[in-house]
Write a protein that binds this ligand. Structure first.
Ligand code: GLN
Length: 236
C-alpha cells in the first residue's frame, strides 16, 4: 500500500507534504505508522503541482526511493501552489517497478494517485489502455477517460471504484485526485485522514504530524474538497 497526500488552500511548497512534517511522505517512505499492507515505500515517488506558466500541472516522478533523489529537496522547496499532490510507492507483488507505474498519473488538468491493489482483469474493461501494466495506471486511465467525457472529479472516482470493486470484491481502492481547484479522494480498503486549517485542507493516507485536528475518513466514502465549499464526506 503506498502512501499519498494532497493540499488545497493558500499556496504552499511541496515540502509541506514531503520533508517538513515529522511524518511527511519522506518519513512515511521508510517508517509509515498506519500502513496495513507492505512495510516500506521505496519503489518510487512522485509529486505534482500547478504553475501559472502552464495550463497543465507539472509532474515529477521517479522509480527510485524518495530518499535517494538528491535533487528533490530543493525542487520540492520551490514547487509551490494552491493545490499539491504527492505519493510514495510500495509496488504490489507482480507489478512493474518503472516510472510509468508511479503516481501521480496525469492527463489534462488532473493528477491522480492510488493506494491499494486490484486484479488487472477487473480494470481492463474500464479503460481503452494505460501507460503501464500496473493496476494503478489502469485505474488512472479509467478515471481520466470519464473526466474527459465530462464527469465531475468525485463522480469519476466513484464510478471507477464501484465498477472495479464489483469485479474484484477484494480490491483496495483508495484514490486521490485533483484538478487545481478541487480534491477528491475515495476510502475503500485503506486509511485516509484529513485536517482542516485556517488556510486550507490536508488529505493524507496517514497523519503527517501529531497536531490535533486529524480526522479519519470512514471506510467506503468519498471526500470532496473545494476552495469555495470546504470539505464534504459522503458514502460511496
Ligand atoms: N498496486 C499499486 C502499485 O503496485 C499501488 C500499490 C500500493 O498502494 N502499495 O503500485
Amino acid at each position: 500500500m503506498c502512501r499519498h497526500a494532497a493540499w488545497l488552500g493558500a499556496p504552499r511548497a511541496l515540502t509541506a507534504l514531503i520533508q517538513e512534517p515529522p511524518n511527511g511522505l519522506l518519513t512515511q517512505s521508510y517508517r509509515p505508522r498506519r500502513q496495513r499492507h507492505g512495510t516500506v515505500n521505496a519503489d518510487g515517488f512522485g509529486m505534482g503541482w500547478y504553475a501559472a506558466a502552464r495550463a497543465e500541472p507539472v509532474r515529477y516522478r521517479r522509480s527510485i526511493p524518495i530518499w535517494a533523489d538528491a535533487n528533490l529537496p530543493a525542487l520540492a522547496e520551490i514547487a509551490r501552489s494552491a493545490c499539491l499532490l504527492a505519493a510514495v510507492r510500495c509496488a504490489t507483488t507482480g507489478m512493474p517497478v518503472e516510472e510509468s507505474a508511479t503516481a501521480p498519473f496525469t492527463e489534462g488538468p488532473w493528477l491522480l494517485s492510488h493506494n491499494g491493489r486490484v486484479a488487472r482483469d477487473a480494470v481492463r474493461d474500464l479503460a481503452d489502455g494505460a501507460e503501464s501494466a500496473c493496476d494503478s495506471a489502469w485505474l488512472a486511465a479509467a478515471a481520466f477517460q470519464r473526466l474527459r467525457a465530462g464527469l465531475a472529479l468525485g463522480d469519476a472516482l466513484s464510478e471507477v471504484v464501484v465498477k472495479a470493486a464489483a469485479k474484484d470484491p477484494s480490491a483496495r481502492l483508495n484514490l486521490l485526485a485533483c484538478d487545481g481547484a478541487a480534491l477528491a479522494a475515495t476510502v475503500w480498503g485503506d486509511t485516509l485522514f484529513h485536517r482542516l486549517s485556517e488556510d486550507g485542507v490536508l488529505v493524507a493516507s496517514e497523519p503527517l504530524d501529531d497536531l490535533p485536528g486529524w480526522q479519519a475518513v470512514p471506510e467506503r466514502s468519498l471526500l470532496l474538497a473545494t476552495t469555495s465549499d470546504g470539505v464534504r464526506v459522503q458514502p460511496l
